[in-house]
Design a protein around this ligand. Structure first.
Ligand SMILES: [Zn+2]
Length: 378
């Protein structure tokens, strides 16, 4: 199954939802501000923390999770009981204490072990501290220069890991070794920061003499989607991949899949275009430039009438094109299309036949695609 329970959650909030939720939240805050004097200090702290959440450099799904933590919208025993569900309030990880979100993330023995393993010493009074105080403490730790960059960057992922681990123990009765979970997590953090490196701006690039081997972000506030189909022969599956980045070069999504036998590389690439376009449309992307490193495919996309042999595929692409406000095709150099190429290659090489979208669930955690991409990219 691609992803887990979080898929729905992630899709719902990735593009429009996240913004809507935040907007809704701003409106609530505004509404409350207007009736000044009614906000408790604790609520003010929560408001401040929620503001900080949106600026944390991490996966959107983790930001959303942190926002829910602070909002008291995470389903722990304590919360369920406050809604009259009558579940056993005891923490099932340590059987010692009421399972509040504060307990799960900071006070439980499992949590304190994980925090110790990642070298974040929790405050001595962690047990007396409120959720808000403990969250503020680890948020501050993200700026604490006495900690290594790796530790500082990992903190949001650590919170997420503690939560995911709790769920897998309780619902799937699986306790993976913490050592392994942390190792995978650190890899993921490193990959995320590599993929989300801010690209040089166009002005910077113009001053370079050798700009041709640099991937260029889209110019107009749209999204650029690099694609690639890794075709080997007519009998094997082809690995396909796309990576969508914004103006600043931030990766918004990336996906991979395997497609069944294509007679040739050309057809595989066209099917990859079709697949990436329908995914982007489903994600609500409306302005996109699709970057392809196959010259003839670009020719065919631009002048479909000259490629009658591929009429059916080209027509399907043309029909999809109408669902976008703006859709262009651009030729990319092989050298600057390496991320998409490497992800596509990894499908067959590593047998990753399951379809996968980067904002999805735990498959990302177990996935070294991006890391391999980066390493070969350096
Ligand atoms: Zn516990």
């Amino acid at each position: 199954m691609p992803g887990d329970v979080n898929d729905g959650f992630v899709w719902a909030y990735s593009q429009h939802g996240g913004y809507t939720v935040k907007t809704g939240y701003d409106l609530i805050v505004q509404g409350k501000m207007e009736t000044a004097g009614q906000i408790s200090p604790q609520e003010l702290t929560r408001i401040e923390l929620k503001k900080r959440v949106w600026k944390i450099p991490t996966l959107p799904k983790i930001r959303m999770f942190l926002w829910r933590v602070i909002s008291g919208a995470v389903a722990v025993a304590d919360r369920l009981n406050s809604r009259g569900l009558g579940v056993d309030p005891t923490c099932r990880l340590c059987n010692n204490g009421v399972e509040t979100i504060n307990h799960v993330l900071f006070q439980c023995t499992t949590a304190s072990q994980i925090w110790a393993d990642v070298d974040v010493a929790l405050p001595a009074r962690v047990l007396q501290h409120s959720l808000e105080e403990n969250v503020a403490y680890v948020f501050d730790a993200m700026q604490d220069l006495s900690k290594t960059e790796t530790v500082r960057r990992s903190i949001p992922w650590v919170l997420w890991l503690i939560w995911k681990n709790r769920n897998s123990v309780i619902y799937a009765h699986v306790q993976e070794s913490l050592e392994r979970l942390l190792r995978v997590m650190f890899e993921e953090v490193e990959q995320w920061f590599e993929l989300n490196k801010v690209q040089p701006t166009r002005t910077d690039m113009n001053t370079r003499l050798e700009g041709d081997d640099i991937w260029r972000p889209p110019e107009d506030g749209g999204i650029k989607c690099n694609i690639h189909a890794n075709w080997r022969n007519a009998h094997l599956h082809s690995g396909v991949a796309w990576v969508a980045r914004d103006q600043r070069g931030n990766v918004l999504y990336h996906a991979r899949d395997a497609i069944t036998h294509a007679p040739n590389r050309f057809v595989a690439e066209l099917r990859c275009v079709l697949w990436s376009l329908s995914s982007l449309r489903d994600l609500g992307v409306s302005r996109v430039t699709v970057a392809v490193d196959y010259h003839e495919v670009i020719e065919a996309l631009k002048k479909p009438q000259q490629w009658p042999r591929y009429r059916i595929l080209l027509e399907k692409i043309r029909n999809l094109k109408e669902e976008f406000d703006s859709l262009d095709f651009e030729e990319e150099k092989i050298l600057t299309n390496r991320i998409a190429r490497d992800i596509a290659k990894s499908v067959l090489r590593d047998g990753r036949f399951q379809s996968y979208l980067a904002l999805g669930g735990p498959s990302w955690l177990h996935d070294r695609i991006a890391g391999e991409t980066i390493r070969s990219d350096v």
